[in-house]
Design a protein around this ligand. Structure first.
Ligand code: COA
Length: 254
């Protein structure tokens, strides 16, 4: 079974994260598949809208920790970073359906989506500090912009999960529904968008994003340099090793 399922129908390309045995965590090949799909969606006149969805019990546990530990997620041109640049600059509407945990990039990619529908079991978290890392995907810019500084600092410094209701309140999600209905709602909204004139959708999205293009790019590139360096440092190594060994990390010496 493929880890990313790609299906195109009625002008909507759907990317389904499908690595349930590892809680839909993303490996580098999965990022590469999604980047290629976004490139194809951008170029193809058959695709007017892209939907990203997971399972009713889990959206994504974020980056594969084993990939972090082995170093394959390191360089600034690694597939993960190519994917983040592709998501941030994607010119057609992006719709997400999120249920269960959305960890790390599972949450930060949502800040680049245009519409987000959540199951009432959705739990968003950005535990970068807990992993000895810093924010990515321009979340150091987009999270405070959306939530205000103090809520962003709580989310990014403490890294604790916040639930669907809190995400609705800060504007990260558009609507909350039972988990079994989230993917269907995202599909229905995507089909509504796909029936509209694509040029008007794209021009409206471009204008909506205009003021954030330069800061998003600048934050993302700044974050990537720090993130790549921090992946190799002792705090992150301890956090990743502790996760693999199913124990609490010991940061007393880092
Ligand atoms: N990378 C690699 N493997 C992961 C993973 C990740 N990010 N998240 C979960 N898994 C694996 C677990 O190691 C476990 O594998 P095993 O069955 O071989 O032991 C399996 O997926 C199930 O995970 P488990 O933790 O038992 O599930 P859970 O339902 O108790 O918890 C999460 C789900 C998502 C809350 C929890 O797995 C988690 O916190 N994952 C790590 C998230 C993270 O820090 N991601 C990086 C963000 S930058």
């Amino acid at each position: 079974m493929q880890d990313i399922l790609i299906d195109t129908a009625d002008g909507v390309m759907t990317l389904t994260i499908n690595r349930l045995e590892k809680k839909n965590s993303f490996t580098q090949p999965m990022y590469a598949t999604m980047s290629d799909a976004l490139q194809q969606a951008k170029e193809s006149s058959d695709v007017r809208v892209v939907v990203v969805q997971g399972h009713a019990t889990i959206f994504s546990a974020g980056n594969d920790i084993g990939d972090f530990l082995s170093g394959v997620a390191g360089g600034t041109d690694a597939p993960v970073f190519q994917f983040l640049r592709a998501v941030a600059s994607f010119p057609k509407p992006l719709v997400a359906a999120v249920c269960g945990p959305a960890v790390g990039v599972g949450t930060t990619l949502l800040f680049h989506c245009d519409l987000v529908y959540a199951g009432d079991n959705a739990a968003f978290s950005m535990p970068f500090v807990n992993l000895g890392l810093c924010p990515e995907a321009a979340s150091s810019f987009l999270v405070p912009q959306m939530m205000g500084y103090h809520r962003a600092a709580e989310a990014l410094l403490l890294g604790e999960p916040f639930m669907a209701e809190a995400a609705l309140e800060v504007g990260l999600v558009n609507r909350i529904v039972p988990p079994t209905e989230a993917n269907a709602l995202a599909q229905a909204q995507a089909r509504k968008l796909a029936a509209k004139p694509l040029s008007a959708l794209m021009e409206t999205k471009r204008l909506l994003k205009k003021s954030s293009v330069a800061p998003v790019q600048a934050h993302m590139e700044d974050e990537l340099k720090s993130f790549g360096r921090m992946l190799r440092e002792p705090a992150a190594k301890e956090a990743f090793t502790a996760f693999m060994e199913k124990r609490r990390p010991d940061f007393s010496r880092v």
